[in-house]
Design a protein around this ligand. Structure first.
Ligand SMILES: Cc1cc2nc3c(=O)[nH]c(=O)nc-3n(C[C@H](O)[C@H](O)[C@H](O)COP(=O)(O)OP(=O)(O)OC[C@H]3O[C@@H](n4cnc5c(N)ncnc54)[C@H](O)[C@@H]3O)c2cc1C
Ligand code: FES
Ligand code: FES
Length: 472
């Protein structure tokens, strides 16, 4: 059974809104698909119609207008990380975006999708909540702007009608006297949903705290602020006794649940620790310490911008005659019968490109990594109709005739392969990394392959292979 029946690719906001009005609760917007495809696979949602807004013009801009930052819903996590405006004027948002998943998830996953999924563990909500963000929704009926505390109504519940979509996120930029930080505890450093996350924004007049905002994620049905902890900080220098007091108050305010990732008690203690660390880092002006100076994105030279489409809305029906037309490894391909599949299934089943591997089917392993219009993505989380009009490269497209790509050769020379199941994914990530950063540091390599898992070789030889290819 296909996961959807009809897949629309509108090319304008108006056309997307018209489709939403026409199909109502039968339809769902899809942006990067990194949440929605997992939900469809697990049967959490079952819309008949998907409306893919990822080719619509004008929804991926970041603009600083006076002291307000305007961010389009299609801006990806990696684009938030890469944006000078976001790093300089909304640094905790850049930190939160950097903490999402791993590079290929950050290339497709969007801010709008993160906000609409509305899990209290979703990382970008917390800093935007602390900074006073708002969401603008539009439908054919009109437009409205809701501050975050009104937009969010509970766990995965938001005030958004089925015919509405997010068209903009606005947030007051940090003023010159303000600094902020986002911290998260996950079960590991990449590909880890927050057990707890924290955003703290402070304004300083000299050494004295003049304003404080503390937001906690993953400890209640929605993000919460902690007014009593904020008040205890204001009007005084940020001394350790105040920091401890605020951390205790934050821990007491949290009302977390037990779940698969952590127990409630543990979460409460982590809140105290994270708030303490956040405040200490701000007191010592170390908030940017762990943020990479030159993070790898795995988007090569594209800046992470996927080409937008012009012209009429494209429709692909499951069982319909509309083909998916794209180039794969430089060849024009016309595929029929894949309108209800993922790109991974289309590449393997319809085009016989079995170098693209399925490990998990949920974005967790990186074995299915391919390049979509020059950007590394996970093909298990890309609907096949999204490839219409796009350029795809798979591991089969890397060698030049008989000559392997230098990174493929380096994997052989370094013995970086055992069963080989993960290898195509690592190589697709690795080659993209080298295209972007010719001589990556060890740290950049680790960031670059953070979304690729290997169960048998281990990572030393893989890292050495990438270093060797870079050297050559
Ligand atoms: C392996 C893995 C790791 C992850 N790690 C993290 C993590 O560490 N932290 C984290 O916060 N998230 C994480 N995520 C979740 C996910 O990547 C993000 O939430 C992402 O930002 C979702 O954006 P998207 O564009 O992919 O959304 P989609 O999947 O396209 O859509 C998500 C939801 O938003 C709706 N939607 C999207 N855009 C709009 C719009 N403009 N208007 C109205 N509705 C819209 C869709 O209908 C859908 O309900 C992870 C996901 C995976 C698979
Ligand atoms: S990430 Fe796509 S199969 Fe695992
Ligand atoms: S070589 Fe076997 S999973 Fe990596």
């Amino acid at each position: 059974m296909a996961l959807w029946q009809t897949y629309y690719t509108p090319t304008s906001i108006d056309e997307a809104l018209r489709l939403l009005a026409e199909h109502g609760s039968e339809a769902r917007v899809i942006a990067g698909g990194t949440d929605l495809l997992v939900e469809l696979e697990r049967g959490i949602r079952s819309p008949r119609v998907l409306i893919d807004i990822s080719r619509v013009q004008g929804l991926d801009r970041i603009k600083l207008d006076g002291d307000v930052l305007h961010v389009g819903p299609l801006v990806s996590h990696n684009q938030l990380v890469g944006s000078r405006e976001v790093r300089e004027r909304a640094f905790p948002l850049a930190q939160a975006a950097w903490s999402v998943g791993a590079p290929a998830i950050r290339n497709r996953g969007t801010l709008g999708g993160n906000l609409v999924t509305a899990s209290p563990a979703n990382d970008t909500i917390t800093p935007l909540w602390a900074m006073g963000g708002a969401v603008t929704l539009r439908s054919v009926r009109g437009e409205r702007t809701l501050p975050f505390p009104e937009f969010y109504q509970g766990v995965r519940r938001i005030d958004m009608a089925p015919d509405e979509m997010v068209v903009e996120v606005t947030v007051p930029a940090l003023a010159p006297d303000e600094r902020g930080i986002f911290l998260k505890l996950g079960l590991r450093r990449a590909l880890a949903i927050s057990v707890v996350n924290v955003a703290v924004i402070l304004a300083f007049g000299g050494k004295v705290v003049t304003k404080a905002r503390i937001a906690l994620g993953s400890v209640a049905p929605t993000i919460i602020r902690v007014p009593e902890a904020e008040e205890t900080l204001v009007g005084r220098p940020l001394a350790s006794v105040r920091i401890e007091r605020a951390a205790e108050m934050a821990a007491a305010a949290a009302a977390p649940i037990d779940d698969i990732r952590a127990g409630a008690d543990y979460r409460r203690r982590v809140v105290g620790t994270l708030v303490q660390r956040a405040l200490t880092a701000l007191a010592e002006e170390r908030e940017a310490e762990e943020f990479p100076a030159a993070p790898p994105f795995l988007w090569g030279t594209t800046g992470g911008r996927f080409p937008r489409l012009a012209g009429k809305t494209i429709r692909h029906r499951v069982g319909g005659a509309e083909p998916i037309e794209c180039t794969v490894n430089g060849e024009n391909r016309v595929v029929r019968g894949a309108n209800g599949k993922t790109l991974l299934q289309m590449l393997r089943d319809d085009l016989g490109l079995t170098g693209v591997r399925e490990g998990c089917g949920e974005g967790e392993c990186g074995a299915c990594t391919v390049w979509l219009d020059g950007v590394a993505v996970l093909s298990c989380l890309v609907p096949a109709p999204r490839a219409h009009g796009a350029h795809i490269v798979t591991i089969e497209g890397l060698a030049q005739g008989e000559e392997l790509h230098p990174l493929q050769q380096a994997f052989i020379d370094e013995g970086a392969v055992q069963c080989g199941y993960c290898t195509p994914g690592f190589i697709m990530s690795g080659v993209k990394l080298l295209e972007e950063i010719e001589q990556p540091t060890r740290e950049q390599i680790l960031y670059g392959i953070a979304g690729n898992l290997c169960r048998c070789t281990g990572y030393y030889k893989i890292v050495r292979a990438i270093e060797r290819a870079a050297g050559e």
